[in-house]
Design a binder for this molecule. Structure first.
Ligand SMILES: Cc1cc2nc3c(=O)[nH]c(=O)nc-3n(C[C@H](O)[C@H](O)[C@H](O)COP(=O)(O)OP(=O)(O)OC[C@H]3O[C@@H](n4cnc5c(N)ncnc54)[C@H](O)[C@@H]3O)c2cc1C
Length: 401
């Protein structure tokens, strides 16, 4: 066993939210690492995310919260409405004095740009076009083999390679596999100047509209943009070919059929969409373990959280900071760090995974009567318990010192 954290070398598989944040925290802890990402670096790629106050606190620990706030839109409350625009409940969200940071909505591309800039500034090695193929574990270390025929060696390997994690398949070949949850996620970005109906208040909050035929959400995004998202219920998932051929006109048509009578500015947001996003939403059951010998999973690879929880990125960020702290504090005893990590993180993330599943169920299409009852219940429950109900989530902080 290595008895000095600083002599550990960590291989990080996956240059997503969790992998990039882990690399930055390891650097802070004085531990060397390299990141291996399957794809080439693409600017501006991906859909939109809301980073919750707990996730923003992690970015603040990296000194990046101000950059994220400057690039995205601060979100100050959750606002729940019926399809006619009646406010069902409003819950304060970005209470800085309470949580330390506000929530921020931002494109995945902008978030990656901020993290990658910091990685490059820190001199951390990040290798693109490195798709993990297999892992060899020895008494003395670990070796990752990539599809391009190259390989890299280290002391431990962290699988931060997302919901379809190859690392997970290697260490848990009989483990659960991600499955389609019967929902297709649809969304898009819109220039704010194209939607004069959109108010400043709406841009700075998470707007959720619950109608009988479906759910529609929208908020501010990168500076000058708004974003929206919705769930389409479908028994069958879209094929890879169908996902490649998403047509802007078809997405608009499909969404307007359902949402054209929703309150302002829903139809305008759909009509003015510049870049539509459509994807199958998947889920994975709890894993029996997140580790095997010198390999550990973090982020979606360990515990994919439904997008409906709005917490997957924040969970990956929390994982990254906590793991780096444990590796530092356990003086290179990675086994002790891995065990502690899984023991401490599992209860929190599993609670959030369960919350995400519950929120997906709330967004199902219903008969008009059932939708009315759901909205009344939502209004009562959220008004009574809303703020208190979310404190455990947003107040969470990791003490780096
Ligand atoms: C539609 C949608 C909306 C969402 N909205 C939100 C939201 O509002 N708020 C929120 O907090 N979360 C949201 N999430 C969840 C969030 O995106 C994820 O939880 C988060 O990205 C997980 O981070 P990660 O680093 O674990 O995985 P990822 O961000 O998925 O990164 C994994 C990385 O690993 C790479 N990789 C994969 N396989 C290999 C391999 N074999 N070798 C090397 N590299 C590999 C991938 O290319 C990728 O870069 C949403 C998710 C979806 C799908």
């Amino acid at each position: 066993m290595i008895n000095n954290a600083k002599s550990l070398h960590v291989l990080i598989i996956g240059g997503g939210v969790g992998g990039l944040a882990l690399a930055l925290f390891l650097k802070k802890a004085g531990i060397t690492c390299a990141v291996y990402e399957a794809y080439p670096y693409k600017e501006g790629a991906g859909g939109g995310l809301n980073i919750a106050p707990n996730g923003m606190n992690i970015l603040a620990a990296l000194g990046l919260a101000d950059d994220i706030i400057a690039r995205g839109s601060v979100t100050l409350e959750h606002c729940f409405r019926s399809e006619h625009g009646k406010v069902l409940a409003r819950i304060p969200y970005g209470n800085i004095s309470k949580y330390g940071q506000p929530g921020v909505s931002i494109s995945r591309g902008a978030l990656y740009e901020v993290l990658t800039k910091e990685i490059n500034k820190s001199g951390i090695e990040i290798k693109y076009n490195k798709r993990l193929l297999s892992i060899d574990q020895y008494n003395t270390g670990v070796k990752a083999h990539f599809e391009d025929g190259s390989s890299s060696s280290g002391d431990i390997l962290i699988g931060a390679d997302g919901i379809r994690s190859k690392t997970r398949n290697i260490i848990l070949p009989e483990g659960p596999q991600p499955g389609y949850v019967g929902v297709i996620g649809v969304g898009g970005f819109v220039k704010i100047t194209d939607i004069p109906e959109l108010t400043a208040q709406e841009l700075n909050r998470l707007n959720y509209t619950f109608g009988a035929r479906g759910f529609f959400g929208y908020c501010g995004a990168d500076q000058g943009y708004a974003m929206w998202w919705s769930n389409l219920h479908s028994e069958t998932e879209l094929s890879a070919a169908a996902l490649q051929e998403i047509s802007l006109d078809k997405v608009k048509q499909e969404m307007l059929t359902i949402y054209k009578n929703f309150h302002l500015p829903v139809a305008a947001l759909i009509n003015k969409t510049e870049r539509p996003i459509k994807l199958n939403i998947s889920d994975i059951q709890s894993l029996p373990t997140w580790q095997k010998d010198r390999v550990l999973l973090i982020g979606d690879a360990a515990h994919a959280v439904s997008p409906n929880a709005g917490q997957g990125a924040s969970m990956a960020l929390e994982d990254a900071m906590y793991l780096a702290k444990l590796l530092r504090d356990n003086a290179g005893n990675y086994k002790a760090a891995f065990l502690q990590f899984e023991k401490d993180r599992k209860p929190r993330v599993e609670k959030i995974v369960a919350e995400g599943r519950k929120r997906s169920a709330d967004k199902e299409a219903l008969s008009p009567l059932k939708a009315k009852i759901r909205n009344i219940m939502m209004s009562i429950f959220l008004t009574l318990f809303g703020i208190k109900g979310l404190d455990w989530l947003y107040k969470y902080k990791i003490d780096w010192e």
